[in-house]
Design a protein around this ligand. Structure first.
Ligand code: IPM
Ligand code: MN
Length: 359
């Protein structure tokens, strides 16, 4: 690849401040490894609406289409809290996922050793945890039709549909098994086959795919409610978890919190089009603009972009290592500070600078 082109969408709330840090780290990492990298920024979501533009402006979409990867901040703004889903600015993210057919969302849960004491779980439970949630991202309850509002004899209603075709389950299952092959060869498929036909089909399809092509991988099926319980009770047992869109959304917030803060987890969305990289957390409007936000999830997201977008895991690892080094030196944003000796409470910008210095 002669030149790696990145479309940067800072997003809403804390998005711009954490993106500043992530972009600085991205540039420094590319320079260090002599990867020619260019980038351009464009608005989306509430940031676009505030400029009189639609949530996903044409020029932003065009920039994404002409790039090799999208580095995307969090979307969402409380001013639209009561608006229907179709009018909310964060819809732009769902449109991006759908437009580029980004069906596989990779959300790693791997606590940084320096932060073990920031986890709400006891050290003996959290130590050594390392799993990967693979969330189906363009189907299921978020996208299947019919959806919307209606009215019948019993009054107004809202409707969404949980439908999966076997091919959709097969393609996300394939990613899960392939990722497991690079790890500890265990896949846990979280479903709700005891209550839902769509999930019965999910289970059968996963099993068939396994038996035909991935018999070397251990496959277990687990009901998603039990999975949530197990993530808290015994998180070390997991290697790869694969789940339906909304189940994966919920499990990944749970997983993220195990690491001590939602502000620590990156994600990669892969599929047939331009891959998108975004932190798992939201736009945290309550602390926006105050320099308090933790930029590490966004910085680690840039790391995932190198690994999966530029196929340069060496650069991705350098970013991860720099984050870990900054934490080892004691730097903490408020969300991960525990008032322990040796900790230095820092702002968003200072944290990003500490990572840069370690790089
Ligand atoms: C996420 C977010 C989004 C989702 C929202 C902002 C639409 O929660 O990326 O996990 O539900 O997918
Ligand atoms: Mn979510």
């Amino acid at each position: 690849m002669s030149e790696f082109k990145v479309a940067v969408i800072p997003g809403d709330g804390i998005g711009p401040e954490i993106t500043d840090g992530a972009v600085a780290v991205m540039k420094a990492a590319a320079a260090k490894f002599k990867l020619p990298l260019t980038y351009d920024s464009a608005p989306a979501a509430a940031a676009a609406v505030d400029q009189g533009l639609p949530p996903l402006p044409d020029h932003t979409l065009k920039l994404c289409q002409q790039s090799h990867a999208i580095l995307c901040g969090p979307f969402g703004d409380p001013r639209w809290d009561n608006a229907p889903p179709a009018e909310r600015p964060e819809r732009a993210k769902l449109i991006l996922r759908k437009t580029f057919d980004l069906f596989a969302n990779l959300r790693p849960v791997k606590p940084v050793p320096a932060l073990l004491d920031a986890s709400p779980l006891r050290r003996e439970l959290i130590e050594g945890v390392d799993f990967l949630i693979i969330r189906e991202l363009v189907g299921g309850l978020y996208f299947a039709e019919p959806r919307g509002y209606g009215e019948d004899a019993k009054g107004r209603f809202g409707i969404n549909t949980l439908r999966y075709h076997a091919w959709e389950v097969e393609r996300i299952g394939k990613i899960a098994f392939e990722m497991a092959r690079l790890r500890r060869r265990k896949v846990m498929s979280a479903d709700k086959a005891n209550a839902l036909e769509s999930m019965q089909l999910w289970r059968e399809t996963m099993q068939k795919l396994h038996d035909q092509h991935f018999a070397d991988i251990e496959l277990k099926h687990i009901f998603v409610d039990n999975c949530a319980m197990q993530i808290v009770a015994n998180p070390r047992q997991f290697d790869v978890i694969v789940a339906e869109n909304m189940f994966g959304d919920i499990l990944s917030d749970l997983g993220a919190e195990l690491t001590g803060s939602l502000g620590m987890l990156p994600s990669a969305s892969l599929g047939t089009g331009v891959p998108l990289f975004e932190p798992v957390h939201g736009s945290a409007p309550d602390i926006a603009g105050k320099g308090k936000a933790n930029p590490l999830a966004m910085i680690l997201t840039a790391g995932m972009m190198f690994t999966y977008g530029a196929r340069r895991p060496d650069i991705g690892k350098a970013v991860d290592d720099a984050v870990e080094a900054a934490l080892k030196k004691g730097y903490r944003t408020a969300d991960i500070a525990r008032k322990l000796p040796g900790e230095k409470l820092v702002s968003t910008k200072e944290m990003a600078e500490a990572v840069l210095a370690s790089l």
